[in-house]
Design a protein around this ligand. Structure first.
Ligand code: SAM
Length: 285
């Protein structure tokens, strides 16, 4: 439950150094408000409800200089993903030292991810066991256990993010469960707060009704009672054109590389994609 979740009291207190050791600022005097070392750059991309991390692993070599975090509420899933990332980094380290022929002084064995007890977890990891060196060596991705419905602004400052992904969110079909949906007028304002103007929010679902819910909530700023007050999401987001979406390599990763997208492909289900651009903040009189 939430009282067991760790979260910083503000983004300035968040210590990312253990998550991104390759990006720790060499200047030891630079500290965050909790006393930890600072990074050379900010985390910019978030995958909300990342599950087993297929999106993160797929995006890592595509955006090797961008720091990205997957957030997931389930403990066993998060443990699986953390160990998957650790294993990928170790493997890259080995391959790099092999290719430069310099002996590594690391005595750490190549880690293999712990097998999750969740029956829907991936059974074999395509990447592990291949001998390819990937740009960024997976040093640019990490995973954190969090309830994003409650704690997103604790981790990210105003306008910090350039991309947010919401891939195959739990549909919560029944009307009385709609308040548990991860897309809502209230949460959209938080996404708008942490996303910078020009930043993109990506969504994909296999549930057509949820896709329409997403469009209504981002483009019309609809409240749970169906009303659309001024100053809501509709003033903050615009839909990205189909051409732009089709040309975006991140969309391909979202469509084919998350664990849920693979399941939908196997079951020959439909995939509904919508990408929204964060507009500039409205001018106040
Ligand atoms: N995005 C992944 C994919 O495409 O394979 C996983 C999709 S799965 C259907 C939805 C995920 O969202 C689950 O792993 C669930 O635990 C997670 N989730 C649901 N509510 C959450 C919340 N409030 N905070 C963080 N993760 C959440």
């Amino acid at each position: 439950s939430d009282h067991k979740l760790n979260y910083p009291i503000s983004p300035a207190h968040m210590d990312w150094s253990s998550h991104f050791p390759a990006f720790v600022d060499p200047d030891e005097s630079k500290k965050n408000l909790s006393g930890g070392r600072k990074l050379t750059k900010e985390v910019e991309v978030v995958d909300i409800g990342c599950g087993f991390g297929g999106l993160m692993v797929g995006l890592a070599p595509l955006l090797p200089d961008t720091l990205m975090v997957g957030m997931e509420i389930r403990i066993s899933v998060l443990e699986y993903l953390s160990s998957r990332i650790h294993a990928l980094r170790n493997q890259q380290q080995r391959l790099k030292s092999k290719s430069t022929n310099t002996p590594t002084d690391s005595t750490e064995p190549i880690a293999t991810p712990v097998q999750s007890t969740d029956p829907s977890s991936p059974t074999n990891d395509d990447e592990i066991g291949t001998d390819k060196i990937f740009p960024g060596n997976f040093e640019n991705i990490t995973a954190i256990r969090s309830n994003t419905m409650k704690f997103l602004p604790n981790f990210f400052a105003h306008h910090q993010l350039s991309k947010i992904f919401i891939c195959f969110p739990d549909p919560h079909f029944k009307a009385r469960k709609h308040k548990a949906r991860i897309v809502s007028e209230t949460l959209n304002s938080e996404y708008a707060y942490v996303l910078r103007p020009g930043g993109l929010l990506y969504t994909i679902t296999d549930v057509e009704e949820y896709h329409h819910w997403v469009l209504r909530h981002f483009l019309h700023g609809e409240l749970e009672d169906g009303s659309t007050p001024p100053g809501s999401s509709k003033d903050l987001f615009e839909r990205v054109s189909e051409e732009e979406v089709d040309a975006d390599p991140c969309v391909r990763v979202m469509k084919y590389e998350t664990e849920e997208s693979k399941k939908v492909t196997r079951n020959k289900g439909n995939k509904y994609v919508a990408v929204f651009r964060r507009k500039a903040d409205p001018e106040w009189p």
